[in-house]
Design a protein around this ligand. Structure first.
Ligand code: PAF
Length: 282
């Protein structure tokens, strides 16, 4: 497995593979890998001849007071995991290599989509994501890029960006991978105290309850959101950032649950903000 730090070298490598007729699957990550990331790697390997995993904690998608400095990092552990998965190349650039100049071009996320859900309390976050992902596409030249469904809004925004800007890449979504007790895997789960770790299972339980309510015929989004709110609010020390039910295709608001629906939430446990979601077809 090759580890490449230089964007230029990465681009040269990708060009050479394309010339040799080999397809590239990219899995963009911020490292501190877990089973969720590895499942995306396996998906990319099924679809392409070669897999590139990028590891870059992107400073411009973190807001002031967010966890950029303390975001967990362990490159050597990540490399060991990826070696076992048969990854061809890991692209692990420095921040200076990615952003050599202070003044820079920014790729704006699609209008209308970025101010909802996570965008509401994380202004500028998705601009950081669309900018870095555009750079990663231009550097790694993938045929396919795999993103996790756990960041449903991010996946939607990137799919739309790819359509709007004609990036020659196919976006594939990988399923959410959960711990045995239902908590969605996330690099941020390491921040949780043992007590909060137990409490955090309420996120998935509230999504399952929402699914049951819809299964029983409840269609009012306000009713389902309230039931979820009450369930999570009962758990001591939780702070609900949002619980929303949107059209899963364009994040438009819904009064009635109908069609492809995304139930998404973000909740704080102390300083740790966790997200989760469920897709329903009604
Ligand atoms: O999902 C992530 O880990 C990041 O937002 C991404 C897509 C790697 C961009 O920095």
């Amino acid at each position: 497995m090759k580890v490449i730090e230089s964007p230029q070298e990465m681009q040269n490598w990708s060009r050479a593979q394309a010339k040799a007729g080999l397809s590239i699957g990219l899995v963009p990550t911020m490292g501190y890998l877990h089973e969720g990331h590895l499942s995306l790697v396996r998906r990319a390997r099924e679809l392409c001849d070669l897999v590139v995993v990028s590891i870059f904690v992107n400073p411009i998608q973190f807001g002031e007071g967010e966890d950029f400095d303390r975001y967990p990092r362990d490159l050597s552990r990540d490399l060991d995991l990826l070696k076992k998965e048969g990854v061809g190349v890991v692209f692990a650039p420095t921040a200076t290599a990615m952003y050599p100049e202070k003044e820079r071009t920014i790729v704006d996320p699609p209008t209308g989509m970025e101010n909802r859900l996570c965008g509401r309390n994380r202004p500028g976050h998705f601009r950081g994501v669309t900018t870095v992902v555009s750079k990663l596409f231009n550097i790694c030249l993938p045929d396919v890029a795999v993103f996790g469904q756990k960041d449903a809004q991010q996946a939607l925004i990137i799919e739309k960006m790819v359509r709007d800007l004609n990036f020659p890449v196919r976006i594939v979504r990988g399923e959410i991978v959960r711990e045995l007790d239902g908590l969605a895997m996330s690099s941020r789960n390491v921040y949780l105290s043992p007590e909060d770790r137990k409490k955090a299972t309420v996120l998935y339980r509230s999504l399952l309850m929402a699914r049951d309510l819809v299964g029983q015929g409840v269609r009012k989004t306000s009713q389902v959101r309230k039931a979820m709110f009450d369930m999570i609010d009962q758990v001591d020390g939780t702070q609900i950032d949002y619980i929303e039910i949107y059209n899963a295709r364009d994040l438009s608001e819904l009064e009635e649950i109908n069609g492809q629906v995304l139930i998404a939430l973000a909740v704080r446990f102390g300083d740790t903000r966790l997200i989760d979601n469920l897709l329903l077809e009604v």
